[in-house]
Design a protein around this ligand. Sequence first.
Ligand SMILES: [Zn+2]
Length: 135
Amino acid sequence: MADKLDLSDTEWRQRLSAEQYYILREAGTERAFTGIYEKNKASGEYHCAGCGQLLFRSDSKYDSGSGWPSFYQPVADDVVEERRDASHGMVRTEVRCARCEGHLGHVFPDGPEPTGLRYCLNSGALSFAPDEAGE
Ligand SMILES: [Zn+2]
């Protein structure tokens, strides 16, 4: 994994759009069914919109019907960090980018095999890079 990316609040505001800042740095959630990647079925890689680290590949993405892009596993165990989140009157497991600590979404134990996990992420926290044609 690459070195940690640790920027000041001012630097993050300059680097990110208002929507990306709200999600990644303020742990916001985009409204269901509004994100640009929710219905994306193209083959490729999903990177952190904050620092560019590769997080998920399209082959672990599936249609959960939740309204947010959903994956059953990250590309490696150490690219994301999980934290207990007791906000909004619920106890959930928050998922953050391990490199820049940007908020990505939450992980739930109701996903498909082989992991049984559902990484329920915000499109605004991700940046998609499609595979080259012919690959
Ligand atoms: Zn990141």
